[in-house]
Design a protein around this ligand. Structure first.
Ligand SMILES: Nc1ncnc2c1ncn2[C@@H]1O[C@H](COP(=O)(O)OP(=O)(O)O)[C@@H](O)[C@H]1O
Ligand SMILES: O=C(CO)[C@@H](O)[C@H](O)COP(=O)(O)O
Length: 500
């Protein structure tokens, strides 16, 4: 029997899937790692934790292989935008600065002042947002010149893990799109952007397509992970691009919702030369010559994880959600906004912070849990609303990520989105998408479409039931941002004050 492996280097954990030729996940393993928040708005991880976790999880799945069985190909999906800096000898220079780190508001302003908003959108298709990679590079240049001096190349998270397996530095187009240095339409590094910020092209890795081969597994890595040295390694892609592949979002008209640490509403685009005026992210797909647009909630699953850690006691996600399901829709007047790390879509605002509004004597933990889940889903509905207001017809959404483990949350998505929500045989879209890239690269299928016909199976569809009720609540939710914006600004000073 032959297999492929999909690695999803998420923010909360790395998840590794061993997949057979029928697209069945025969073994999966994961390893968690911490996120460090040294200051408000800061979010960092140690790349070594990713490598250790990935190797452990790989060992756990390969130990399942029987005599004569073989992993033919491996590929990667990864949390996007995170800045990994390596020196000439390939050593990591400082911890990675992640996608949900929002320290770079000043650098975003600098980018707009230097290039001009119109030109920036023309060149990169995207606005300057704190989470993207270029502002992080400028921040390091400015605040840590000693680290900048040492930079040989920068990479994104999954590229670093792949580099540690193959010894080759590379980046695929779908992930490079989130750096703000790529000419997204033409799929090349933008010389104008590089020159504007005096970054050498040699400091940017070689660009590959997601399906391209990206080196061979080094012998010592083969020993440590249980992979054979002749296992083919494919470039892979951004977790959302791979999530789209693993959701079957492979043609115009198809959409996905992902609730991982972040939350995403994503829609397929055939063309790379449309103008969304920076309202949504516009990136290269993992499908060759295709694109996608998406809106991002910074703390989607992360809001629930934060809430569980601080207020959930010993309860599991399932147990907490069981309590929430006993409370009525709307949590009897309790509203949550998920801005615990600031926000991206539709409010690109690093200073905004979350809120519970409407707390009442009668409210219990179940109400709070429901409010968190509803608030996150309202936030995603704001992205969906942008798409619909721009003429997209979205009445069917494939849902993936940790949030899709919960039937309650899937039904709530259908109710709030007013669309059919589809759950697939695996909620692990990015890992499945990476496995699909490896299977096409290994020659099992002629295209990702052919692969999806075999690999992806719809398990259940959730139909909207309670949309009218949620519509009125959503209009109240939409007011909270403007009503709390000024308060959040005032509180920012207190958040940032050092404790003596
Ligand atoms: N049983 C569950 N029900 C609902 N949500 C869950 C469950 N388990 C995990 N989650 C949510 O999924 C999130 C993790 O999703 P995942 O896709 O693994 O994230 P990432 O790829 O960012 O590491 C958690 O933060 C949590 O909010
Ligand atoms: O920043 C973005 C997309 O622009 C995030 O979606 C990251 O890619 C992290 O993804 P998860 O860990 O939540 O899957």
């Amino acid at each position: 029997m032959s297999y492929v492996i999909g690695v999803d280097l998420g923010t909360s954990a790395v998840k590794v899937l061993l997949v057979n030729q029928n697209g069945e996940v025969v073994k999966e393993a994961s390893a968690e790692y911490p996120v460090m928040h040294e200051k408000s708005g800061y979010s960092e991880q140690h790349p070594e934790d990713w490598v250790k976790g990935t190797f452990q999880a790989l060992q756990a799945v390969t130990s399942h292989l029987k005599e004569g069985e073989k992993v033919e190909g491996i590929s990667f999906a990864g949390q996007m935008h995170g800045l990994v800096m390596v020196d000439e000898s390939g050593e990591v220079i400082r911890p990675a600065i992640l996608w949900n780190d929002t320290r770079t508001t000043a650098e975003c302003q600098e980018i707009v002042e230097t290039v001009g908003q119109k030109r920036l959108l023309h060149l990169t298709k995207n606005p300057a947002l704190e989470g993207f990679t270029l502002p992080k590079i400028i921040w390091v240049k400015k605040h840590e010149p000693q680290n900048w001096e040492r930079l040989h190349q920068f990479m994104l998270p999954k590229d670093y893990v792949r580099y540690r397996m193959t010894g080759k530095m590379a980046m695929d187009l779908s992930d490079a799109a989130g750096t703000l240095l790529l000419d997204v339409e033409h799929g090349v590094w933008s010389k104008e952007m590089l020159d504007a910020f005096t970054i050498e092209e040699t400091q940017c890795p070689q660009l590959l397509k997601s399906v391209d081969e990206a080196g061979e597994i080094m012998p010592e890595v083969a020993r440590e992970t249980g992979l054979q040295p002749d296992t083919k390694v494919f470039a892979g892609g951004a977790d959302n691009a791979c999530g789209a592949i693993g959701s079957g979002v492979l043609k115009e008209g198809m959409s996905m919702c992902s609730i991982g640490t972040s939350g995403v509403i994503l829609s397929y685009e055939n063309r790379g030369n449309l103008d969304f005026n920076g309202k949504v992210h516009y990136f290269n797909h993992g499908v060759p010559n295709a694109y996608y647009t998406m809106g991002v909630t910074l703390a989607a699953g992360d809001s629930l994880a934060w809430y569980k850690k601080n207020f959930g006691g010993e309860l599991s996600f399932d147990e907490l959600i069981k309590e929430a399901a006993l409370t009525p829709p709307g949590a009897e007047g309790l509203l949550f906004t998920p801005y615990i790390s600031g926000e991206r879509t539709p409010h690109a605002d690093a200073y905004i912070r979350g809120s519970f509004t409407g707390m009442d004597q009668r409210h219990t933990r179940g109400h709070f849990t429901r409010a968190v889940i509803e608030g996150v889903t309202f936030s995603l509905n704001e992205s969906l609303t942008i798409f619909r207001e721009n003429g997209k017809k979205i009445d069917r959404i494939v849902s993936i990520g940790g949030g899709a483990k919960s039937d309650f949350w899937l039904q709530l998505q259908a109710d709030i989105f007013n669309a059919e929500v589809v759950k697939l045989n695996s909620e692990q879209g990015p890992g499945m998408g990476a496995a699909m890239l490896a299977s096409v690269g290994s020659g099992w299928f002629g295209s990702l479409e052919q692969c999806s016909a075999v690999f992806l199976k719809e398990e259940r569809t959730y139909k909207p039931q309670n949309n009218e009720y949620y519509k009125s609540l959503f209009s109240i939710y939409q007011q909270v941002y403007n009503q709390t914006k000024q308060l959040s600004r005032l509180l920012a000073d207190i958040r940032e004050r050092e404790i003596e």
